[in-house]
Design a protein around this ligand. Structure first.
Ligand SMILES: C[S@@+](CC[C@H](N)C(=O)[O-])C[C@H]1O[C@@H](n2cnc3c(N)ncnc32)[C@H](O)[C@@H]1O
Length: 208
């Protein structure tokens, strides 16, 4: 693997970031972050021209046990509207709809992920409860969400934080796989296998 890794990650992050990589799906995002930092590629040197958009975060799917734990820590239920910002193959909102009766919106900048998410929603019989938007997560109005899920990167969480606090109603729950929000302390933090899950609620009195 040590022989394969740099070449594959370089290929994944620089040349072909918009294509699905089986290796990348299996690697925890923290490892990709670490390796990409070592490789000097932290900014996901993927700036592309034309119609292709750049990714702020490479695609790595949350493990099923982590998805379950994220939905449980947020106590997702049939009254919820859940947004997954950077939704990948749609697994978080699809599981929320299928198992907890929630409605959901997944947002991803990568058109391949959106196609895949729509296919998965159809396969799981929840197309009427979820929708997927091909959009930059920083441009999306997610103010109607009652739950927001994230599996991004530390600096992306921090960039998103003021927008979350500005747009979301008090009481909205936020769950992040793997990365925290800097000095905004989580109300809950749990370990699921190798992963850490963080949970916050938007406070009545928002910090300035
Ligand atoms: C680590 S994956 C998480 C996928 C999914 N949320 C999960 O937990 O399985 C991050 C996702 O964010 C998407 N992404 C990266 N930058 C984005 C941006 N600026 N706007 C929307 N999506 C973005 C990537 O295409 C990728 O699918």
């Amino acid at each position: 693997m040590s022989k394969l890794l740099p070449q594959t990650l370089t290929h994944y992050m620089v040349v072909d970031l918009n294509k699905r990589s089986k290796l990348a799906e299996k690697l925890p995002l923290a490892i990709i972050l670490f390796l990409s930092t070592c490789l000097g590629l932290l900014s996901c040197s993927t700036k592309k021209t034309g119609t292709e958009q750049s990714l702020d975060v490479p695609y790595v799917a949350s493990k099923p046990a982590v998805v379950e734990a994220m939905l449980q820590i947020a106590q997702v239920n049939k009254n919820d509207l859940i947004y997954d910002l950077g939704c990948g193959d749609g697994r978080i909102v699809i599981t929320a709809a299928k198992e907890y009766g929630a409605t959901g919106v997944g947002v991803d900048i990568d058109p391949n992920r959106i196609k895949e998410a729509n296919r998965n929603a159809q396969k799981e019989g929840v197309s009427d409860k979820v929708q997927f938007l091909q959009q930059d997560l920083f441009d999306v109005d997610f103010s109607k969400a009652s739950v927001v899920t994230l599996y991004l990167l530390p600096y992306v969480n921090l960039k998103l934080r003021p927008k979350l606090l500005e747009q979301l109603k008090p009481g909205t729950r936020i769950v992040s796989n793997e990365f925290d929000m800097g000095d905004w302390q989580p109300e809950k933090k749990i370990k699921v296998g190798e992963s850490t899950i963080y949970f916050w609620t938007i406070p009545e009195k928002k910090p300035i």
